[in-house]
Design a protein around this ligand. Structure first.
Ligand code: ADP
Ligand code: MG
Length: 703
């Protein structure tokens, strides 16, 4: 396709772009001409209103057209920059009527203006009615470029100034825009009265000033992105559905009432019967939903949302046992080694004969080999581990189920890494942070959602207090701990040290010094230390000691953020709490109050803005994880909160998932309708081509 290829020409073909600028463009993600056409302005400067010189005011950003009355320039001397200065008037004979306005430029060697010439200027008017380093253009007969329009302001990159980017874009618009193809089927374009992609691209670079037209243009281009994404995901889904079906078809027959679909004599039923408590209604319902999925003959693709402490692990175990009963294996992936270890030790003796193994990065070569052999040979039914379970030396004999715990801590590629081969395994991803539908739609195309909306009985909400981090507050906490922890009060506590961004080393220093301090300050208590840089076996020993009640206080980095389940722990202290996201604080708080005793959480706040303090108060005043997550999403955006940064969702050039939800739904239903009528897209070659170019063409029957 020569035309499609034309736009994939390297940006180096744009006039004036040499190797250095090519590298600078590449830092902006612009490698091809098409990338350049889709490098849209971050904002526009409104230079439409050209004002007479006599009305410019100090402090304004002004656009003017003027006549150069005089010009002088001065070389650099004793440390000062070269300077060029012009006196400007409104008209050729303007000096008679108005005071001249000055313009100065620093460090522009060789720059001159001829007296009497007409110029357009745009810039800030500083004190003494003087433009400083304004943009300037000598006017000929053609209309001015630097004033009289909405001026695009592009993302900045070193080595590229705005002027150069504008010139390059203009060049690309002229040379290549006409070659751009419209892949959207006519019926869809007409239905929404979309403009052509060419005119939409042009409108975003140089808006006509008509707000409606600009919005339509933006909508069109955002729709294109969302539509391509959905068409790709949906066609893949169709292909999966058409493929050979699920790996394990559980023996359970799907019944009308989900609660009854797990027979008491099945492995899963016996496991539930063996528990010291009864599953909550929500757990029973969700286990039923999973049983039906796994009996359906189509790979399950299910998201399990449940607030911290709602008992997601039990549901996952039920699913594993269903898989095991059908002769399949499960990969159970947790984000941290500490959590993987915890799951392993809690589960290994409770799986009623199904065998579990633990695989993390810190296993020795020989141990690791033993585990991978047992998986390949099918002797192990449940492999619990970190992302180490994704390594290439792990080969399952019959992988039937993938469970991802705390899914927001994984990248999308990791989550999907095991979803290969035929038949595809079932997939269950679990999270305490609700994922907005826009995201589940865009990452997974589709995902059935189960919700654990009920806490096990007897839970008391964790009391949360926000304290300013002062010596007095510290004193109070120490006294409290002395009274309530250890032999006297029986309680256990976590002390989470400040999160120090992007530096494990600093995190380590902080946790070590806090550990030493607390050991001295609380001589009666048994204080333990846990951090991410400890060896696997050490972490394991510390966690077990804490879980077994052999330590009273666990000083830790955020390695304990998710999943840790030590029911006797009742107190959580979070230092420098303002550095954490709201959902994260809620997760941390969820580590306590998991047993019969009520939990308490203290958020120690260091220096923070009013807004930071408000966030802490918001966490303190709500125990509803979903509400907190929603607030967090609004604040930090979905990429941060739901762990989708790596996915490239932010790679959209126009669409914005926080704003374009309606558009996403529209794109999805249009894509679905189209694929239904033309599953192989044989009647839509340009769309096929566009999908193929994005690497997302997996059409049913054509892969
Ligand atoms: P999360 O949803 O945060 O992963 P867990 O699965 O770790 O929660 O469960 C939290 C705690 O609640 C565990 O100690 C677990 O044994 C206990 N638990 C789970 N389900 C029930 C239930 N139905 N009744 C009582 N305790 C339960
Ligand atoms: Mg959990």
């Amino acid at each position: 396709m020569a035309i499609a290829e034309a736009l994939s020409a390297p940006v180096r073909l744009v006039k004036g772009v040499g190797p250095a600028r090519e590298r600078a463009f590449s830092r902006l993600g612009v490698n091809t001409v098409e990338d350049l056409l889709f490098l849209f302005p971050r904002r526009y400067e409104d230079r439409r209103n050209i004002v007479p010189l006599s009305s410019v005011r100090e402090g304004d950003d002004a656009a003017v057209v003027a006549v150069v009355q005089s010009f002088e320039s001065r070389r650099a001397r004793n440390g000062s920059l070269p300077l060029a200065a012009a006196a400007l008037t409104d008209a050729e004979d303007g000096a008679l009527f108005s005071l001249p306005v000055r313009a100065v430029w620093f460090n522009r060697p060789g720059f001159t203006l001829l007296p009497g010439s007409r110029v357009a200027l745009y810039g800030r008017v500083e004190s003494g009615l003087q433009f400083v380093n304004p943009e300037v253009e000598v006017l000929t007969n053609s209309p001015p470029e630097v004033v009289g329009r909405l001026m695009p302001v592009y993302p900045a990159a070193s080595g590229l100034n705005q002027h150069f980017i504008r010139r390059s874009v203009a060049y690309a618009l002229e040379q290549w825009l006409p070659l751009m193809k419209d892949f959207l089927p006519d019926e869809i374009k007409n239905k929404h009265a979309f403009p052509s992609p060419q005119s939409a691209v042009r409108e975003l670079h140089s808006p006509t000033g008509d707000r409606e037209a600009w919005l339509k243009a933006r909508t069109r281009l955002a729709f294109d992105e969302l539509f391509l994404l959905q068409a790709g995901l949906l066609s893949r889904k169709m292909r999966h559905a058409a493929a050979s079906g699920a790996p394990v078809r559980t023996a359970l027959t799907a019944q009308k009432t989900p609660a009854c679909s797990v027979s008491p004599s099945s492995l899963c039923g016996r496991f539930i019967g063996s528990l010291p408590f009864r599953p909550t209604g929500a757990q029973t319902r969700v286990i039923g939903e999973i049983a039906r999925d796994m009996a359906s003959g189509v790979p399950m693709n299910r998201l399990l949302q449940g607030d911290v402490g709602s008992g997601k692990t039990l549901v996952a175990v039920a699913a594993m046992l269903m898989a095991a009963e059908g002769g399949g294996q499960t990969a159970f992936m947790a984000p941290t080694e500490v959590l993987a270890q915890q799951h392993y030790f809690k589960l290994k003796d409770r799986l009623l004969g199904a065998r579990a193994a633990l695989l993390t990065g810190s296993l020795g070569r020989r141990e690791r080999r033993a585990v991978t052999d047992a998986i390949a040979g099918g002797e192990v039914q449940v492999l619990i581990g970190t992302q180490a379970v994704l390594s290439s030396d792990v080969e399952f004999r019959r992988l039937a189920l993938v469970v991802v715990d705390e899914q927001h801590r994984f990248g999308v590629a990791q989550k999907n890494a095991l979803l290969t081969g035929s038949p595809l395994p079932h997939m269950l991803v679990m999270t305490a942070t609700p994922i907005p539908r826009t995201l589940t739609l865009s990452i997974y195309g589709d995902l059935d959602v189960s919700v654990l909306d009920e806490q096990p009985p007897g839970r008391k909400p964790v009391k949360t207090r926000v304290l300013r981090s002062t010596p007095a507050a510290m004193e109070k906490i120490l006294t409290y701990m002395n009274e309530h922890l250890g032999s006297r009060g029986r309680g256990q506590a976590y002390w989470v040290c400040p999160l120090i961004e992007e530096s494990d080393k600093l995190d380590l220093t902080a946790v070590l010094s806090r550990y030493e301090f607390l050991k001295c300050a609380l001589p009666r208590l048994r204080v333990a230390l846990l951090h991410g840089q400890m060896h696997g076996a050490e972490k394991q020993a510390v966690m077990r000691a804490f879980a077994d009640g052999e330590a009273d206080l666990l000083v830790s980095t955020t390695v304990i953020e998710v999943g840790m389940d030590v029911p006797r722990a009742t107190l959580m202290i979070v230092e420098d709490a303002q550095r954490f996201g709201m959902a994260q604080l809620h997760q941390l708080r969820g580590r306590v109050g998991r047993g019969a005793e009520a939990g308490m959480c203290v958020l120690l706040a260091g220096q923070t803005s009013a807004e930071g303090a408000a966030r802490l108060r918001a966490v303190a005043s709500s125990t509803d994880g979903f509400k907190i997550a929603e607030a967090d999403l609004r604040q930090r955006g979905p990429g941060e909160v739901c762990g989708v940064r790596q996915h490239g969702l932010t790679d959209f050039r126009v669409a914005d998932l926080t704003k374009d939800r309606g558009l996403l739904e529209m794109a999805r239903s249009d894509a679905a309708a189209l694929l239904e009528s033309d599953p192989t897209l044989s009647a839509h070659p340009s769309l096929r081509e566009a999908l193929r170019a994005r690497g997302s063409l997996e059409l049913a029957g054509t892969a």
